[in-house]
Design a protein around this ligand. Sequence first.
Ligand code: IMP
Ligand code: MG
Length: 180
Amino acid sequence: MMTNDLEYVLFPEDKIEQRIAELSSEIVRDYQGKNLVLVGILKGGIIFLSDLTRRIPIPHSYDIVGASSYGDGITSSGHVIITKDVEIPLKDRDVLLIEDIYDTGTTLKVVKDLLLVHGPRSLEICALLWKEKKNRRYDIPIRYIGFSVPDVFVVGYGLDYNEKYRNLRCIGVLKKEFYS
Ligand code: IMP
Ligand code: MG
C-alpha cells in the first residue's frame, strides 16, 4: 500500500472533498453571470481541476497550461519552464488559475504573467494548499485557499515525489526514508 510510505495523513479524502464543495460554492457565488475559465497547471493541479470543474454547476470552460520547475525532487529550483500554453482565447474572460500548492510562488508568478498576456478581463488564483513559509520568493494574492499546510514536503492528490504518489486519494507527509 502506498499509504504505508506516509509518516502521517494531513487531509483524508473526505476532508478534501468537503473543502472542494465549499470552495465551489464560493466560486459559483462570485462568478454568476461572468465568463469563467478555469486554467489548471500541469501536472499537479490536474486532479484538483477535475474535481473542481465538476462541482461548479454554472457554464464555464477549462484549459491547461504546462509548467515545470526542475528541482531535486523536494525543493523548487526557482526556474520555471512553460511547456504548454492555453488553447482557448482568454481575451475578456474571467480566468481562475487552479494550482495544487502555493510554495515559493515562482510557478504562480510565471504562469500568471503568461496568462495576463492573453488579455483576460479578470485573473484570480485558487490554490488547494498554501504553505506556511517565513520567506517566500513571490508574494502573490491568492483569492481561494483550500488548506494551510506547515512548511513540510507533502504528497498525494496530484502532488508528487519524483512522479510518484500523485494518485494517492489523501494528502500526507512522506516518511524520510523515502526521499533520502
Ligand atoms: P513553487 O515553489 O511555488 O513554484 O512550487 C512549484 C511546484 O513545486 C508546485 O506547483 C508543486 O508542483 C511543487 N511543490 C511545492 N511544494 C511541494 C510539496 O510539498 N510536495 C510536492 N510538490 C510540491
Ligand atoms: Mg513536482
